[in-house]
Design a binder for this molecule. Sequence first.
Ligand SMILES: Nc1ncnc2c1ncn2[C@@H]1O[C@H](COP(=O)(O)OP(=O)(O)OP(=O)(O)O)[C@@H](O)[C@H]1O
Ligand SMILES: [Mg+2]
Ligand SMILES: [Zn+2]
Length: 512
Amino acid sequence: MLSNIKTISLNGIDGNLVEVQTDISGGLPNFEIVGLPDASVKESKERIRVSIKNSGIDLPSRRILINLAPANTKKEGTSYDLPIAIGILDALGEILYKNLENTIFIGELSLDGKINRINGILPMCIEAMNLGIKRVIIPKANEREAAVIEGLQIIGVNTLKEVIDYLNKKNDIKETHIDIIKIFNKKNKNDIDFSEVRGQENVKRALEISAAGGHNCILIGSPGSGKTMIARRIPTILPDLTFEEALEVTKIHSISGMLDSSIGIVAQRPFRSPHHTISTTSMIGGGKIPKPGEISLAHNGVLFLDELPEFNRNTLEVLRGPLEDRNVTISRLHSKVIYPSNFMLIASMNPCPCGYYGSLEKQCQCSKIAIQKYLNKISGPLLDRIDIHIEVKPVKYQKLNSNNKEETSKQIKERVNNARRIQYIRYKNTNIFSNSELTPKMIEQYCILDNECKKILELAFNKLGLSARAYTRILKVSRTIADLDNKRNIEKSHLAEAIQYRNLDKKYGDKF
Ligand SMILES: Nc1ncnc2c1ncn2[C@@H]1O[C@H](COP(=O)(O)OP(=O)(O)OP(=O)(O)O)[C@@H](O)[C@H]1O
Ligand SMILES: [Mg+2]
Ligand SMILES: [Zn+2]
C-alpha cells in the first residue's frame, strides 16, 4: 500500500514542502529511505522502528521503501522521524482517518516513542500557512513557537502513541492558542539604565543618534573610561520592534534553537556581544547542518564587539559583506543558504596598545609603529562602514560623585522612537526602514543640502582632511540628527554635529 504524508524542510530561513511517500510490499524484509537523505535522516530508521514497536504496534517483516520528494534536494536533520513513522503506519492501515492532505507532521522521535522538540518550527509553519495547510502536528515543546501564526490549527503532541490515537479519534488534543499581541506588547524591564552613567553627555548623545538612525558606531577611549559600561546600556534605548521585524528575528532564533519555548516570540531587539575569541563560523554562520551566526542572531538589533582589535582579523574582514548587503550567503557543497543580518554594529577600542594615545591623563608609551600595527588590525574598509566615531574620555571625579540627576533610558528612548517613526513614514514605499540603510541614490533624494551647508561640508573636507569615505556617512548621520530635531531639512547645526563624529578620519588621517 502507498501512503503520502506531508512535512516541511528548512532552507536558510525558509521552509519547503516535502512529501514522504511510503510503499510497503512483500519480498525480503528491508527498510530503505531514498530522496537525498543525509546521514542524520538515514539514522532515523532505527528510532522509527523501535518507537513504533514501543507504541504497541508490530512492524511486519516486509519491504518498506520511503521516498522523500522532491528527490533532488538534500534532506537533513531529525524532523522527518514523525512524518516517516506516520507514513509507515498509514501504509500499514493503522491510521483510520485518511484525509491527511491538509496536515503537516514535524518532529523527532526517541526510542520510547516520545516526540522531541526540533529547531526551526516557526519558518516551517509559516511555509505551511503559505501553502494553505490547515493543521500542523508538531512537538509539544514547540507549540508556543508555532502559535505565533494565526489561522493554523496547531496540535502539540508528546508521544507517537498520542498522535496515532488522535488520528484514530481515540483522544482529542486541544489546539494551542496564545495571545501573541499581549506577549509582544509586554516589555521586559531592564535592570540597567543610562541614568547610572555619570556625565558623558556627548557619548550618550552619539548613541542616541546611532539608535535613532540604526548607525554603526565605534567608541574609542582609554581603559576604564566607561566604554563597556555605556555600550551595555544601548539595548535600553533601542527603538521598539515592529511585529514584522519581531517575526523575522523569531524565525532566526527558532532555527538556532534559542527561542524560549515558554514565550514564543522575540519581542526585544537582540543585543549580541560575542567574545573576541569567537570563530569565523560562529560569527557569520555555517557548519555541517548550517546555523545562523552571531551576525544573524543580531538581525534587527545590535552586534557589540568589545575591544575590536582583539578579534581575529579574518573574523572582522568577513563582516564587510554582510554590513553592506545586510544578509549573508553561506556556500555549501551543493547548495547555499542565505540568512538575514541587518544589524547595528557597536564596537569599542583603545586608541593604541597602551590605551592612552591622545589622552590628557597619561603619556602614551607606544611607538608610531606599534600604533600603526594596532590600528592595522582593523581594516580601512571595515572602518569605512562605521558612521559614528566617538571618543570616550574618563569623567572627572566631581562628576562621578555629583548628585546631578542623569537622564533615564526611558527619556532617551522616547526621542529615538519619535525619530524612527519619522523614518518609517518617509521610507514607507521603499525597502528600507532607517537612515543608515540609505543608498547613494536615495541620499541624493533625502539628504539635500542648501548652499550654506554645502560650503560647511567643503570646508570640513579641505580643512580637517576628511576622507572621501566620510562623505555619505556624514550625510546619513545629518539626516538622523535632523529627524531627532523634528526638522524637514538638514540644517547647519545638524551637519556640523555629524562632521564631529568623524574622529578617526581626523585623528589618524591616512593611517587607515
Ligand atoms: N561615567 C561613568 N559613570 C559611572 N561609572 C563609571 C563611569 N565611567 C566608568 N565608570 C565605572 O568604571 C568602571 C569601568 O568602566 P568600563 O569597564 O566600562 O571601562 P572601559 O572603557 O570598557 O575600559 P577597558 O578599556 O579597560 O575595557 C565601570 O564599571 C563603572 O563602574
Ligand atoms: Mg571595556
Ligand atoms: Zn599608547
